[in-house]
Design a protein around this ligand. Structure first.
Ligand code: ATP
Ligand code: MG
Length: 318
């Protein structure tokens, strides 16, 4: 119905026995976006991914991909999507090209198309030098790259990645994300990804949904979620203050509307605020005006990890 959205879910539920794995999930995922789904173990991420990838059926609600219904138009949907599972699904006893040809046949592609797209992808994923080596000799990172390259062989409009970077070292994770986001930008591929490495999403995701107990708790850009659900942390240390100055500072901070919480001591002040940078510079000016001798100040800006911790862990947990 709407050209702007690639994937739409309306009140989608999935039940396993008595377990409600997805509970009336509604989402709209924009064409060409990199959409991240985050949540703790058992939240429903893989259930949602496999449902979108037409590998299981919803018990309630509707899902469309590129305006096609995933239940009644499954064949057409499958032509438009690619999926990479957490466990590599490649043949280690063959070469990269063997794997590409097998996948190409499954996708019903002719040999010249497989060669053309295969060469492009092997180059993009830096595997062209090893394309005729046995996959069994590849490192974990190379296997993962090949797995993703194969899922892009038939030029899908949507790529589903369930925990694509698990087990990779930080450099390999960065490289993989660069390649995936380059391809998404160049080809307009919509990427739906689940991951536990939240900081990766901060750099690449256009939108993120938080899921827990099968329910979507919030959706937004990384920045929106950080601003809404996490806060910056300010710490200022100064030479010992007398009680009247403590009271003066306490009053000043209490009147700052952006301050969520604060704690003042004779030698330090800590503040929780969604606008850390602004609060810190206002405060430093105020303290200097009042001739407070500042020893040091620190601003810890909120990250997606803080969003995760404040939503998915017990209060007070470290
Ligand atoms: N085939 C199944 N049969 C029964 N219960 C299932 C099945 N698949 C998933 N579940 C249950 O549904 C819930 C969601 O599981 P799911 O695998 O989607 O979580 P997840 O968010 O992917 O977790 P993880 O981060 O550990 O991969 C869990 O309680 C799980 O036990
Ligand atoms: Mg999972």
């Amino acid at each position: 119905m709407c050209a702007h959205y690639e994937i739409t879910l309306n009140d989608v539920s999935k039940i396993f026995g008595k377990k409600l794995a997805l509970d009336k999930v509604s989402l709209k995922i924009k064409k060409g976006s990199i959409f991240g789904l985050i949540g703790p173990n058992g939240a429903g991420k893989s259930t949602l991914t496999s449902l979108l990838a037409t590998l299981s059926l919803p018990d309630e609600g509707t899902v469309t991909i590129s305006d096609l219904d995933v239940v009644s138009q499954v064949k057409q949907v499958r032509k438009k999507i690619g999926i990479t599972f957490q466990e590599p699904s490649i043949f280690t006893t063959g070469t990269a090209w063997d794997n590409l040809f097998i996948a190409g046949k499954i996708y019903d592609m002719n040999i010249s198309k497989i060669k053309e797209q295969g060469e492009y992808l092997l180059k993009e994923f830096n595997l062209n030098q090893v394309s005729n080596d046995l996959v069994g000799t590849y490192s974990g990172g190379m296997k993962r790259k090949l797995d993703i390259a194969i899922s892009l062989l038939h030029k899908p409009e949507v790529l589903f990645l369930d925990e694509p970077t698990t087990g990779l070292d930080p450099e390999s994770r960065n490289t993989l994300w660069q390649i995936i986001s380059n391809i998404s930008h160049r080809e307009g591929t919509t990427i739906f990804v689940t991951t536990h490495y939240l900081e990766e999403l901060n750099n690449v995701a256009t939108d993120i949904a938080l899921i827990n107990n099968g329910k979507v708790l919030d959706v937004g850009t990384p920045k929106e979620l950080i601003n809404k659900l996490a806060a910056d942390h300010i710490e200022i240390h100064y030479s010992r203050l007398n009680s009247s100055m403590i009271q003066k500072i306490d009053e000043y901070v209490s009147n700052m509307i952006e301050v969520i919480n604060h704690k003042i001591k004779p030698t330090s002040l800590t503040i929780i605020s969604s606008k850390g940078q602004q609060i810190l510079s206002k405060l430093l000016k105020f303290l200097i005006r009042n001739e407070v001798e500042i020893e040091f100040s620190e601003l810890k800006q909120a990250t997606l990890n803080d969003v995760y911790l404040s939503n998915f862990t017990e209060k007070g947990d470290k």
